[in-house]
Design a protein around this ligand. Sequence first.
Ligand code: DX5
Ligand code: ZN
Length: 219
Amino acid sequence: MYHISPSLLCADQLELKQTVAELETLGVDWLHIDVMDGSFVPNFAFGTDLTRAIGRLSKLPLYVHMMSVHPMDFVKPFADLGAEYYCFHYETTVNPFRLCQQITAAGMKAAAALNPSTPVEVLADLLPYLSCITLMAIEPGFSGQTFLPHTYEKIRKLRRLIGTAPVLIEVDGGADIPISMECIRSGADVIVGGYFTLFDKKGNLCDNYQAYMQAQKEI
Ligand code: DX5
Ligand code: ZN
């Protein structure tokens, strides 16, 4: 079973309410919320108040992608607002075990993201504590960037590393439909639906979703 996780960063920010309702009707699996602190990445996005409002609006699970240099400081606020996954960047903490323990103790599923230049092997010992790993296929911070092709090999390596452990692989950034399908063939379980798929301005959300799902059926 493959999942698509729409990146709300790509939606028209003034029409989030309508977009979330439409995504829910279409049947996407969860919502990808890009939290940016202006330090880990040169951009700001999605604080706790907006994420809470989205959570109240929708029953879809929230996957919080924390692009923050202080992921430990925000475990409780995101747990309190009902986030399902809390995904910290491995590069931002020297205590990833403690952070995973805090996330699960707060009632969320722990996930870790890796920047394009961080090798997948760094997560080997952390696997029993993780529910999902997000491989960045772009430098984090903005949507609409070009997919970095070494990501395919990272997916294959991570798939081998995970073996039979119940850890999902998510790919985030720059994926159009053919790239998404190649990521799935390489071993990915979840693709972040962004600028080049669900939110491709050449089509509308519904047609883009149908086109994506059709391609996925043909894998
Ligand atoms: C960027 C974010 C993304 C972004 C993905 O740091 O993590 O989720 O939307 O990029 P696109 O939209 O280009 O796939
Ligand atoms: Zn993201």
